[in-house]
Write a protein of this length. Structure first.
Length: 196
């Protein structure tokens, strides 16, 4: 797959790691997605990878939510985040889109932003005019060496959200990530506490 190990695809890589851990094959085709059903503990889950363009991914999420009768607060979106350093994982309930085109599409399609996000830091280029190329570039060798641990931690964080709730998962995983906390991250943690 052309974009498999690019920064923009890190959300799918986490989902693949989670699917492997759960012994789920997410290759059923429908609702503009590849998807598969499994269980985390005793809780049934649906793992899905939208197959639309990124800026139309909300269409697939909406189809899946309507068909499977999911509550919006049970939806977990795993996505790359330019505003976080590489290796950083931040969990968040609700909030804005931060300019992420996939999140914009999801919020518009669902008419709500009250879903859970697993934000995966990919860093950002020094020159912002190269952002589009940067997110579609492959990970560097050093990043690839770190990637397995990131995918494991992020998939474990998703499982924790499902089994214990977003607040417990935030308490555990937001503290485990990079010690360099930005003002934005602090404000989001406060917002998360208010939203749960």
């Amino acid at each position: 797959m052309k974009y498999q190990f690019t920064r923009h695809n890190i959300g799918f890589l986490v989902l693949d790691a989670l699917a492997s851990e759960l012994h789920v094959t997410a290759n059923s085709r429908g609702f503009n997605s590849f998807f598969g059903k499994g269980r985390i503990g005793d809780i049934p889950v649906l793992l899905a990878k939208p197959q639309t363009y990124m800026n139309l991914s909300g269409t697939a999420v909406k189809y899946l939510m309507d068909y499977f009768k999911n509550d919006i607060k049970d939806i977990i979106i795993i996505h790359d985040d330019l505003d976080l350093p590489f290796k950083t994982i931040r969990l968040k309930a609700g909030g804005g889109h931060g300019g992420h085109k996939g999140l914009i599409s999801i919020i518009e399609s669902l008419d709500s932003s009250e879903f859970i996000r697993v934000r995966l830091g990919i860093g950002k280029p020094v020159d912002k005019t190269f952002t589009e190329d940067y997110v579609l570039d492959p990970f560097t060798k050093d990043e690839m060496d770190l990637l397995p641990d990131i995918l494991t931690n992020a998939s474990e964080a998703v499982s924790k959200i499902v089994t214990s709730g977003i607040q417990a998962a935030m308490n555990q995983y937001n503290e485990r990530t990079s010690p360099q906390s930005t003002e934005e991250d602090n404000s989001e943690t406060i917002e998360n506490i208010r939203n749960t």
